[in-house]
Design a protein around this ligand. Structure first.
Ligand SMILES: [Zn+2]
Length: 70
């Protein structure tokens, strides 16, 4: 009777493996979800030079990232 039980175990493992393969094909099961699209500060829409810098430094834009190069 050991032959029958072996076949059963084999079938079980085969099924388990197939399930893993199937899950592997599904998108986003084990992968990290894509981060939500972050809208970056558009390079062509600069803030006002006297507004607080969008980088969050608390400085005015003209004194931080908007600093003009000498
Ligand atoms: Zn800044």
């Amino acid at each position: 009777m050991s032959k029958d039980s072996d076949a059963g175990a084999e079938r079980f493992h085969d099924r388990e493996r197939r399930e893993k393969e199937y899950k592997g094909m599904l998108p986003g099961v084990d992968e990290e979800p894509l981060p939500p699209p972050v809208d970056p500060i558009h390079a062509d829409t600069k803030p006002d030079r006297n507004d607080p810098c969008p980088c969050g430094s608390g400085k005015k834009y003209k004194k931080c990232c908007g600093k003009e190069k000498p």
